[in-house]
Structure formats: structure tokens, C-alpha cells
Ligand binder design. Structure first.
Ligand SMILES: Nc1ncnc2c1ncn2[C@@H]1O[C@H](COP(=O)(O)OP(=O)(O)O)[C@@H](O)[C@H]1O
Ligand SMILES: [Mg+2]
Length: 241
């Protein structure tokens, strides 16, 4: 299973295409994408609606598989059974979604514990780990609250804690500020920057160039292809990757 010896490279995509079949019609949503992301990077993937961002994110996050090409995630070939792919996804990736995706009947502590229950961590250990993750996003005082009792910004902080709790190799955020007012959006972006400073690899999907400018590297997707890839604000300049 272990195929990569390059320990710095966390994502390696070679010649990735995704073709959706609809009856007799085919649509190429991603076309021969080559992508390499190193451990510790903070990458934004931008592009207009329909560009292929969600398709790319679904493949990166092991929620879907490419039609063609090779995707190696943290040294593991993702061409494998669905159950193995789910295992890779649960152990390697923390997800943050635009609409938080918290479970309304569970309180904050339970929402953050959830990914640990899935991976069979004993209850007392799960509680300890969840409390630590909730502490990182400053919501210790709200552990017994239900999601509906929190603001949007607070709910997204819970989602960040849930993404962090398994100690994933990659944090994958899909329009993480899309449903937030600008002040809470900034807080969430600052939190992502802090997590990156602590060494976490972050990949953020957004259609908004200004939000993308928070990342250190900006990849633009259009018509299923990467059309630009540059390091952001290196000594005030945009540098081609
Ligand atoms: N399940 C699907 N079946 C058919 N076409 C799809 C499917 N998902 C996405 N597409 C098409 O692929 C293209 C890229 O979609 P998507 O990855 O969602 O773009 P983005 O997230 O950048 O808006 C769009 O033209 C979309 O209509
Ligand atoms: Mg999308």
C-alpha cells in the first residue's frame, strides 16, 4: 500500500480526470490535473462556479474517486476498496463545510467526539481529546449547548474543533466562511492561519479571491484544469510556482 518515499509530499495527483456520465452524455469535470501539495502548506483552490472545485475537493477528500489518473495521499494509493478509502478518509482528513454539518441533537462536546466514536476511541479518552480540541477554538464554556444555541461563527468553530480532534494530516475546508458575516468569517480565517502556523496542512476551497488571499499558495481552476498556481505575497510579489 505504501508507495511514496517522498515524506514531504502529502498529496500527489498525476493525470487526474473526472468524467461524469449522464445517460449517453459525458462531461469532463476535471481534465488531466497534476497537483503536488507538501506537508505544512496552506493552499487555496479558487475558481468560478462550475470550474471543478467541488469535484477536485471530493477527490482530495476521498469522498469520490477519479475516472483516470493516480492519487497518492500521504504515501497511500487511493485506488482501493470503498471501505479502505473510508478508513483513509477518516484517519487523514478533517473536513470543514460551509454549513458546518453539526448534528442538531448532539451537544457541542458530543459533536466533537463523534469522529472519535467512529474510529473506536474509548469514551473517556474521546472526551479528553474533544475537550482539548474545543479549548483550541475557545468554546469550553459551551460544551453542553446544542448547535442551535450558537451563532454561525461559533458553530464553525465547533466544526473546526471536530476537524482537529482526530489529529488529521490535512484540514480540508469547503467555503468555510461562505455562510458567515465578515467579522466571524475573519475569525475563522485567522484560526485557519494559526493552525497552519502550528504546522497543519490546510486546503481551502473558495470562489472568493479575497478569501483565497489568506492562503500562502493559490491554485486557480477553470474548466476542469489548473490554470495558475502561485505562491502568495512572497516579499510582496506573486511568484509562479
Ligand atoms: N454528479 C455530477 N454529474 C454530472 N455533472 C456534474 C456532477 N457534479 C458536477 N458536475 C458538473 O461538473 C462541473 C464542475 O462542477 P463542480 O466540481 O461542482 O464545480 P464548482 O465546485 O467549481 O462549482 C459542472 O459543470 C457541473 O455541472
Ligand atoms: Mg462547488
Amino acid at each position: 500500500m505504501e508507495v511514496s518515499s517522498n515524506n514531504k509530499e502529502i498529496i500527489s495527483m498525476k493525470n487526474i480526470s473526472k468524467i461524469y456520465k449522464m445517460g449517453i452524455n459525458e462531461f469532463t469535470a476535471l481534465s488531466e490535473v497534476e497537483l503536488s501539495i507538501l506537508r505544512g502548506e496552506y493552499v487555496a483552490i479558487v475558481g468560478p462556479s462550475g470550474a471543478g472545485k467541488s469535484t477536485l475537493m471530493n477527490i482530495i477528500g476521498c469522498l469520490d474517486t477519479p475516472t483516470k489518473g493516480e492519487y497518492i495521499l500521504d504515501g497511500l494509493n487511493t485506488k482501493c476498496s470503498d471501505s479502505k478509502l473510508a478508513e483513509i478518509r477518516n484517519s487523514k482528513i478533517g473536513f470543514i463545510f460551509q454549513n458546518y454539518n453539526l448534528l442538531p441533537k448532539l451537544n457541542i462536546l458530543e459533536n466533537v467526539e463523534l469522529p472519535l466514536w467512529y474510529s473506536g476511541v474509548p469514551n473517556s479518552k474521546a472526551k479528553k481529546m474533544a475537550l482539548e480540541a474545543i479549548g483550541k477554538v475557545g468554546l469550553e464554556t459551551h460544551i453542553k449547548h446544542k448547535p442551535s444555541e450558537l451563532s454561525g461563527g461559533q458553530m464553525q468553530r465547533v466544526a473546526i474543533a471536530r476537524a482537529l480532534v482526530t489529529n488529521p494530516q490535512i484540514i480540508l475546508a469547503d467555503e468555510p466562511t461562505g455562510a458567515l458575516d465578515s467579522k466571524s468569517g475573519k475569525e475563522v480565517l485567522n484560526m485557519l492561519s494559526d493552525l497552519n502556523k502550528e504546522g497543519n496542512t490546510i486546503i481551502m476551497i473558495t470562489h472568493d479571491k479575497e478569501i483565497a488571499s489568506n492562503a500562502k499558495r493559490i491554485i486557480t481552476v477553470r474548466d476542469g484544469k489548473i490554470i495558475s498556481d502561485y505562491l502568495n505575497k512572497v516579499e510582496g510579489k506573486e511568484v509562479l510556482k
